[in-house]
Write a protein of this length. Sequence first.
Length: 330
Amino acid sequence: MIGQHRSRLRHVALGLAADSTRSLKSMASGGDGGGSSARSRRVGLLGLGAIGEVVAKALLREPAATGCPPAGDSPEPDGIEGAALCAILVSDTAKHADKASWLPADVLLTSDSEAFFAAAPEVIVEAAGQPTVISYGERALAAGCDFIVTSTGALTDDSLHERLRSAATGSTSGRLHLASGAMPGLDWMQAAAMGGGVSRLSVVQSKPPTSWHGTVAEEAVLAVDDWESHGPLTIFEGPARSAASAFPKSSNVTATLALATVGLDATSVRLVADPQPFFSTSLELESSAGTIKIEAKHLPSPSNPKTSSDVALSVLRSLRATCSSVYVGT
């Protein structure tokens, strides 16, 4: 089973990786996608929510001179060398009218998918949820666009996963790139899994109780009156495939880890409601190459507390891997 899964990874690049069509007024002059150079690859963005807005604004900034951001605290990520934003597809442009203050006129904002693809993006970033992967993934790859996926939980559907892999294998197809998202250490774990001998892989995801509202765990979470005295509550324990089925909106981290290593059925998952004001990921992998244990705390996005802030930064890292002339890491 694990051997079969490893062979399937050859075709997938995993990251460590409107109502009407209209353009908005310019904040910067320039031609191709916000004024970037002609050698830049045109980037299309699916979604303009908590993740999409961070990515879009970064793509409109100048890249760091060294290709890497300066040391120290930085309130906003730098731009990506070789990447130029050209189009954004949203479900309703009217809901994004406030973006007019910073979105250049030469970046298309549209709810018309035909207009979006007509803008000729070369790289497409999905930042709008699993239905978007289903709707546009195959078309993007078949059109020759590299397709960066944040909603990796969609690929727990074996049929969809196979269709996307197939669409990425044509001689003129784009590459399928699964962003690492909030999963730390993915490069090392994927490499260890390629060597075989993985004897144990487990991951624990903890989120504040309100993050589990609207899920099958909501009743159990609401039944806790005093979290301080109760402590963390385990709401699920089982394989990654079952976790994705029961909690589709919380399956991206575990799906990415499973798809990069030993598969959905061999990855052990525990989901926890924890009153701490941050997300956390604890994982352990034991293999013939060595053992890794990681504990990470993820701060929630200011605009969407159900999303961690590092997901958008992971997308920018994936774009650097896809577009930049020099890239450090896997």
